[in-house]
Ligand binder design. Structure first.
Ligand SMILES: *[C@@H]1O[C@H](CO)[C@@H](O)[C@H](O)[C@H]1NC(C)=O
Ligand SMILES: *[C@@H]1O[C@H](CO)[C@@H](O)[C@H](O)[C@H]1NC(C)=O
Ligand SMILES: *[C@@H]1O[C@H](CO)[C@@H](O)[C@H](O)[C@H]1NC(C)=O
Length: 342
């Protein structure tokens, strides 16, 4: 028995270059040829599990049903995101719930709100990385930045067509696609309604199901509503951590719907309740900025230096004028400021 196994693994090693060659050719071929090559390779090697060997090593695969590692997500959120107890809780709950549901009734739609530098982009990056090891570089993660992709108001009809065709094309290739829309507040109101059909409760549209896709909207809109709420809370002598989601969520969705600079102005997405979660990002305080500096030091492989962290955090500007509670740019310029000290 052992001899046989040894013999077979010997063959396997011997054939490795052949298999690699087959796969290499297959990558540049049509899906059908690829299927044949895959079958051939599997037949030759006999007992290697194909997706395990092929995906990740040779090419990135869309693995619709790969389970989410919720422990890893929890650790990422805990160690990399500072001062955002609400966002942490909502993102964790939303993502684990959605990913463990084999038959979601609609795609997951998250709308992230808050001042600049509070961690919205960061959280989308964490989500992308927890689904695809290549993160934002994955070919299944699509980032649209309003000012880059949709800059001209007179081209809205064209953008609408383009956007629909991209989302249709990409989702039909991979049902577990992630679409991130940055700078929603700078997006022409109306453009976002072009994607309403994809977010709705349809089984499929022209044969494509969108139910396993994830849509993430980022915007500064609502940031001042959140900040005002936070300030009232603070003035009332209450702890930041006691702020609850229900305190914020309603204020936010009503505020955005009626704000013509939110990208969601009178949007059907809000009107029809197609956004599953409004995720508030709270303004960051001195202690959080300090944590960002320490994390940045760790990230660069340097020693964590409390005193240096305080110095860098002190260089940021804080508002409002009288109590200087919240960092104006969150943690946004921390990295650059730190570089000046090193
Ligand atoms: C999930 O992630 C944790 C922490 O990164 C890791 O220890 C564990 O092995 C992972 N589990 C699986 C099934 O990959
Ligand atoms: C997928 O989306 C990208 C934009 O992120 C676009 O350039 C590309 O054409 C889309 N692919 C398909 C097949 O529609
Ligand atoms: C909406 O935009 C107009 C300018 O286009 C502005 O005058 C008005 O105050 C805005 N209303 C709200 C509620 O933001």
């Amino acid at each position: 028995m052992a001899a046989v196994r040894r013999f077979r693994s010997g063959i396997w090693l011997f054939l490795l270059p052949v298999v690699a060659q087959l796969l290499h050719v297959a990558v540049s071929l049509e899906p059908i040829s690829m299927g044949i090559a895959i079958a051939a390779a599997s037949a030759i090697t006999g007992y290697v599990s194909f997706p395990e060997f092929y995906c990740g090593r040779l090419v990135e695969c869309c693995q619709v049903d790969r389970p989410l590692n919720s422990t890893a997500l929890q650790i990422d959120l805990k160690e990399k995101l500072f001062g955002q107890h609400l966002a942490h809780e909502v993102i964790y709950r939303a993502l684990t719930g959605f990913m463990s549901n084999e038959n979601p009734k609609k795609p997951l739609a998250l709308s992230l709100h808050g001042w600049t530098g509070t961690g919205k982009n960061f959280v989308s990056k964490i989500i992308a990385e927890n689904l695809y090891p290549l993160g934002m570089k994955s070919k299944f993660v699509h980032l649209f930045v309003s000012t880059v992709h949709f800059p001209h108001n007179n081209l809205i009809p064209l953008y609408k067509d383009q956007l629909q065709s991209w989302i249709r094309g990409n989702t039909s290739r991979c049902a577990r696609s992630i679409f991130i829309f940055d700078e929603m507040d700078k997006m022409h109101p109306g453009l976002i309604d072009a994607i309403k059909p994809f977010l709705d409760y349809y089984e499929n549209i022209d044969g494509v199901s969108y139910r396993k896709a994830i849509f993430i909207f980022l915007s500064n809109a609502g940031g001042d509503l959140i900040n005002r709420l936070m300030l009232d809370f603070w003035n009332g002598g209450r702890r930041r951590e006691d702020l609850e989601l229900k305190d914020v969520e309603n204020v936010l969705s009503v505020g955005l719907f009626n704000n013509n600079n939110s990208g969601f102005w009178h949007s059907a997405l809000i009107e029809k309740n197609l956004i599953d979660y409004f995720v508030p990002f709270l303004p960051l305080e001195f202690s959080h900025v300090k944590k960002c500096v320490l994390a940045e030091l760790r990230h660069r492989g340097l020693e964590e230096d409390e005193e240096l962290a305080s110095r860098v955090a002190k260089e940021m500007t804080y508002s409002p004028k009288d109590n200087k509670l919240f960092s104006d740019k969150g943690c946004k310029t921390v990295s650059a400021k730190l570089s000046l000290h090193l």
